[in-house]
Write a protein that binds this ligand. Structure first.
Ligand SMILES: Cc1ncc(COP(=O)(O)O)c(C=O)c1O
Length: 489
């Protein structure tokens, strides 16, 4: 008999249960040929004695091997490793065999997408992550939403909810979103003009997929939200860029393009422009609306962080003005609840919404209906509004503090403008401080600058990065700015 007591390895600190560890050990012994096909394994009592575990643990391990077809039971004889190990069976746990070959660019019919990743930070250093502008999960109403979720799971309504048809999201949440948008943004819409999505990102993807064909001329700003730009590139659009300044995107440049070119669509983030956080001024909004009515091009209005406006005089979205149905309005609940809470919406003409629902089905049917219904309850009971008001207060004071610290400690090295709202500050480093160096030096000191960075290729002229202040505590803000000060010293 094989020396199972030494061959079967059990690690006390492993997250895997002991019976799984035993099963995995036996599988790898079979794979390595150390236990030959046809070998009888020791009986459960004997094996338990050999490797000093309870007999039930061995019974569970053998059951696992039976389920996975590595062994069979022979009446009155015991457990035998099956005679023929089929070649093709999902049973190899050896890493690094099949998918290690790298592909070349021709394997990807469009272009390779940029990949994101955080820089390596030495493990002994406490790290602070400055993100792109995400909400603070400590402020999120998780308990409330999970309470509603649990009640729905237990309620007699559950069956109806789960069996509901796929028509652009939960009816309750579409109704609630409709009221929410009409009350907060003056959109004046009905639920048939809304489709729910898994976040604003999916809404942008769907809108572009429906409206943009290869060769269509579209307008983005420079700089712009990178993840929207990638969608337009993949759609094969011809991209024209207009500049953005302290009043938002340059509408005169847009007008010139509209007069010279056959522009199909403009994508913009009017509150607060990504990456620069600037709010499109009222004058420019009025002019943009007049251009839509004159030139009849489409606008995708990405209003992903509308609800974070610190002044008491919020500017309404473009979509609330007169545009003859040409503005596709996109928003997000992820920025109100948590980055991984994937819910957003797309608003547009009824026909477009019907197409959008059909298009979404190609990549995702239904969505998380129970979570959608739970959120509807939060909206209908006014708790989402209260959460927005509370968060705005906290974020406004964090924004004040971040701006004060940055101007005191980094004023000589960066240009920035205090935003009117949103969750991030746009930091433009002076030319003599190349962003790539700052990012890597900061990482070595425990500060991960993970916001969208504009410093490669065409973007070199911006040398800027988004500094998400909202999810950082006061203490973290002090530490983050102190590290930056030390990095640029
Ligand atoms: C400008 C802009 N639009 C859209 C999105 C996507 O938001 P969501 O998380 O709802 O998909 C983001 C994400 O940060 C963003 O910055």
């Amino acid at each position: 008999m094989l020396p199972y007591q030494t061959l079967v390895v059990i690690e006390e600190k492993s997250d895997l249960s002991v019976y799984r560890q035993i099963a995995n050990s036996l599988i790898s012994l079979i794979q390595q040929g150390k236990i030959a096909p046809g070998t009888f394994l020791p009986g459960t009592r004997q094996m338990a004695g050999l490797i000093h575990v309870h007999r039930n643990t061995i019974i569970n391990a053998y059951n696992e091997l039976l389920v996975q077809n590595w062994i069979e039971t022979l009446p009155r004889k015991g457990y035998r490793v099956i005679l023929e190990l089929p070649l093709v069976k999902p049973r190899s746990f050896r890493p690094g065999t099949n998918y290690d070959e790298s592909l070349n660019d021709n394997d990807f019919p469009r272009h390779r997408l940029p990949q994101s990743g955080l820089p390596d930070i030495p493990s002994h250093i406490d790290r602070i992550i400055v993100n792109d502008g995400l909400p603070d999960i400590d402020l999120m109403p998780f308990k409330e939403i999970m309470k509603e979720y649990r009640m729905l799971v237990k309620s007699p309504e559950l069956e109806t909810i789960l069996a509901s048809g796929d028509n652009g999201g939960s009816v309750k949440l579409k109704n609630a979103t409709c009221r929410f948008l009409n009350n907060s943004r003056g959109l004046n819409i009905t639920p048939d003009k809304i489709m729910l999505t898994r976040g604003a990102q999916m809404a942008i993807f769907i809108a572009v997929g429906l409206l943009v064909s290869p060769g269509d001329e579209i307008v983005l700003s420079d700089p712009d939200y990178i993840m929207a730009g990638e969608i337009f590139k993949r759609a094969g659009a011809v991209i024209h860029r207009i500049t953005a300044d302290d009043d938002g995107i340059n509408i005169d440049e847009l007008e010139q393009l509209l007069s010279r070119k056959n522009i199909k669509l403009l994508y913009l983030v009017p509150h607060h422009h990504h990456p620069t956080t600037v709010t499109l001024s009222i004058g420019r909004r009025a002019k943009l609306l007049s251009l839509v009515n004159r030139f009849k091009f489409w606008i995708i209005e990405d209003d992903f962080d509308y609800d974070y406006q610190f002044k008491n005089k919020p500017i309404l979205p473009l979509a609330s003005g007169w545009h003859g149905g040409k503005i596709i309005y996109i928003g997000s609940f992820t920025k109100l609840l948590a980055p991984s809470f994937r819910l957003g919406y797309l608003v547009g003409p009824v026909d477009l919404i019907k197409q959008a629902i059909a298009y979404r089905r190609l990549i995702d049917t239904r969505g998380d209906v129970i979570m959608e219904e739970a959120l509807a309850i939060l909206i209908d009971t006014g708790r989402l509004d209260r959460h927005i008001k509370r968060s705005n207060k906290t974020y406004e004071s964090r924004c004040e503090l971040a701006c004060r610290l940055i101007s005191e400690s980094l004023g000589h090295a960066v240009q920035f403008k205090k935003p009117d709202g949103g969750l991030a500050i746009w930091l433009k480093f002076n030319e003599c401080y190349p962003l790539a160096k700052i990012i890597s030096k900061a990482a070595a000191a425990g500060l991960v600058l993970a916001g969208s960075a504009y410093h490669i290729g065409e973007d070199k002229k911006h040398n800027g990065i988004r500094f998400g202040f909202a999810s950082l505590s006061e203490d973290e803000l002090y530490k983050a700015v102190a590290i930056l000060k030390q990095v640029i010293a």
